[in-house]
Write a protein that binds this ligand. Structure first.
Ligand SMILES: NC(=O)c1ccc[n+]([C@@H]2O[C@H](COP(=O)([O-])OP(=O)(O)OC[C@H]3O[C@@H](n4cnc5c(N)ncnc54)[C@H](OP(=O)(O)O)[C@@H]3O)[C@@H](O)[C@H]2O)c1
Length: 179
């Protein structure tokens, strides 16, 4: 496969709410972007985007996507099972230099009980962060609070069908609970 231009960034989750915006911002900044998706025939990206096929649950499917990449914007919504193999791949795949990984995590370290309840997502992000921390990578971890867009994508259908969104910790401030 043709190597991406120097400084190229692989965006995983590129068809999702966050990744799609990251693709736009990188292109606007003049950065060479590779967008990962499992279903390239169904999606459209702006001109200049290099669309690559790959599945985070099948590490070998990422070989071409990682070839010649300098940085990865990593969104992990897949099962944790393949995370160790994928992180190892990020650290070793045709490494010309330390590869930077920006990982979209979640607010699992926020002390409020809402964010401290045991749940699978919290465990997943903590584990991916742990794997990245011990790998030979330059890692930046993002732990944003709740996305305001949850109101649109998660709660709007719930409100339409039942008119109630239950919120266990009313005092927990978030983008979605502030007026
Ligand atoms: N919602 C919140 O309030 C909030 C707050 C903080 C952090 N987060 C974190 O943000 C992340 C979700 O971001 P988002 O909302 O932008 O995602 P999203 O809109 O749900 O999109 C999911 C993306 O993941 C990709 N994907 C799913 N399974 C995959 C696989 N096996 N291999 C490769 N790609 C796969 C999908 O790509 P294709 O279908 O094209 O393959 C899609 O682009 C989660 O990790 C979540 O914990 C969310």
């Amino acid at each position: 496969m043709t190597h991406a231009r120097p400084g190229a960034v692989l965006v995983t989750g590129a068809t999702g709410r966050v990744g799609r915006l990251v693709v736009d911002e990188l292109l606007r900044a003049g950065v060479s972007v590779r967008a990962l998706t499992r279903r390239p025939e169904e999606v459209a990206f702006p001109p200049g985007t290099q669309v690559v096929t790959g599945d985070l649950t099948v590490p070998a499917s990422l070989d071409d996507a990682l070839d010649g990449i300098d940085a990865v914007f990593l969104v992990w919504t897949a099962s944790i099972d393949s995370a160790a193999a994928v992180v190892a791949q990020l650290a070793t795949h045709s490494l010309a230099q330390r590869r930077r990984v920006v990982y979209l995590s979640a607010p699992h370290r926020t002390p409020h009980p809402f964010f401290q309840q045991p749940n699978p997502l919290r465990g997943l992000h903590a584990e991916v962060e742990r794997l990245l921390a011990i790998a030979a990578l330059d890692v930046v971890v993002l732990r944003p609070g709740m996305f305001a867009s949850n109101a649109l994508h998660w709660w709007a259908p719930q409100i339409r069908s039942g008119d109630v969104v239950r919120w266990p910790y009313g005092a927990a401030e978030s983008a979605t609970s502030r007026p």
